[in-house]
Design a protein around this ligand. Structure first.
Ligand code: PLP
Length: 436
């Protein structure tokens, strides 16, 4: 449907003011971005961030600093919204989200129609685990390794609907975890009642990266004998791994992939996505209304049988958002694509391997994250003899290194070398631990 037609039919048209062509949103598209830095140069990439130079930042994965192209897009939208929010919104609301979905689709090698926009990983998890249709007796299997965003989404779901949640552990010792062990534990946890398996791609507790594809293939085998409504759905909190691993979402072979885009991907703070396999969306019942055709039907301007656009749009929570952030998301995908997904993965793995090899050689350090890049990504979790994780982080802070502890009951110190770091920073960081 054309934008004007939609506006007319839904009675949203605001008046006859001239349109705000000068503050065009299409500045987010590839052709109009001025690449004023060399995406092949790691130091020029670092220059795109306002991150203070006095510190080594090893915690970017918590919340992104906006690189220049993202910051500038936010600024453009903010200025235009401040000048005339109603008309800027009216001018762009039909086209802006599809542009972000298209950029996400290009990055994921996925159909943009299957990508919903959210505000965070947590919002995506809460929505998916809240919206899943479950028949009485069906259960959700989850793991002991997930973040509280997964755990509490499932707990709320269980308390609200009496859905049964069962927790399994996929490994005992993270440093020694293996693909075989993880896959066989996942397989043996499945029962006739299992409808969903809820996992986290890269564990922020240990740094372990799960072999999602291998788990998915075991489930596919089991699904062969199941009816569509009983198929086991594999839902993944993919936030750590997304913006690191050179992935096509289809290659993971999961059903839902949920991630915030404001961590490794350097997207605007308060943005995220849900990707769902085509038929998987049918397993959801909507909770938050979208402002698309269903709103038009509700108003009475569109016929009741109006198609629901796409699953990605239908399941994107409607309402007015911080549009200056949401509409600048495409720039973050572009930033990563300009650098190159393969180079991003190689760089982050190289810096992480360097960190882990140094720590593994220190007798007073227990490294919890596997050495192999098959089972790890951008997080390094460890303990230092005689120090609590908080004391390790304090020691880093004394040396102007920003690190973190893992937010779990069994907590560890954690580093996350990323695109904004370099070899020299890794050396200075591990030197602090060596001297402890
Ligand atoms: C594994 C995992 N999932 C979810 C979250 C929450 O992410 P968001 O801030 O995008 O909601 C975190 C937090 O860092 C996390 O480590």
């Amino acid at each position: 449907m054309e934008r004007k037609e939609f506006l007319k039919q839904t009675g949203l048209i605001l008046g006859s003011l001239p349109t705000l062509g000068s503050a065009s949103l299409t500045a987010a598209s590839k052709s109009e971005i001025s690449t004023t830095y060399d995406p092949m140069s790691w130091s020029e990439i670092r220059d795109q961030f306002e991150l203070r130079r006095s510190h080594i930042h090893m915690s970017t994965f918590l919340l992104s600093s906006h690189p220049k192209p993202v910051a500038e897009a936010i600024e453009r939208h903010r200025n235009a919204l401040d000048e005339d929010p109603a008309h800027y919104w009216e001018e762009h609301f039909m086209t802006a989200e599809p542009q972000q979905q298209a950029a996400a689709g290009e990055y994921l090698n996925a159909n943009p129609d299957h990508i919903a926009l959210t505000d965070s990983t947590t919002m995506g998890l809460g929505l998916v685990y809240g919206m899943l249709k479950l028949r009485p007796g069906q259960e959700i299997v989850t793991t002991t390794h997930g973040h509280f965003s997964t755990d509490l989404s499932l707990k709320h779901r269980a308390e609200r609907t009496k859905a049964k949640i069962r927790k399994i552990s996929l490994y005992d010792n993270p440093a020694e975890a293996s693909v075989d062990e993880i896959v066989s534990r996942a397989k043996s946890a499945i029962t006739e009642q299992t409808r969903v398996i809820a996992v986290t791609w890269v564990h922020s507790s240990t740094g372990v990266k799960l072999p999602i594809k291998e788990i998915a293939q075991v489930l596919q085998e089991m699904n062969r004998s199941r009816e569509m409504a009983d198929r086991i759905l594999l839902c993944v909190d993919g936030v750590h791994g997304f913006g690191i691993e050179n992935m096509r979402v289809d290659d993971l072979e999961c059903d839902f992939f949920i991630a915030g885009t404001h961590k490794w991907l350097f997207g605007p703070r308060g943005t995220g996505i849900i990707w769902g396999r085509d038929e998987a969306w049918e397993a959801l019942d909507p909770i938050i209304p979208n402002f698309g055709p269903s709103a038009g039907v509700w108003i009475g301007a569109l016929p009741v049988d109006t198609p629901l656009i796409t699953p990605g749009n239908f399941f994107t929570p409607g309402g007015f958002h911080s549009f200056e952030h949401r509409w600048a998301l495409a720039e973050a995908f572009r930033f990563h694509l300009d650098i190159g997904k393969e180079r991003v993965q190689e760089r982050i793995h190289t810096l992480n391997t360097m960190t882990k090899e140094a720590l593994a050689g220190m007798p007073h350090v227990q490294l919890h994250t596997p050495m192999s890049t098959e089972l790890s990504s951008g997080l390094v979790c460890f303990d230092v003899d005689g120090y609590s994780p908080e004391q390790v982080v304090e020691e880093f802070h004394r040396h102007k290194i920003t690190a973190s502890t893992t937010p779990y009951r069994d907590s560890h110190a954690r580093l996350a070398p990323s695109l904004i770091n370099n070899e020299e920073e890794v050396e200075r960081t591990v030197e602090v631990i060596a001297k402890m």
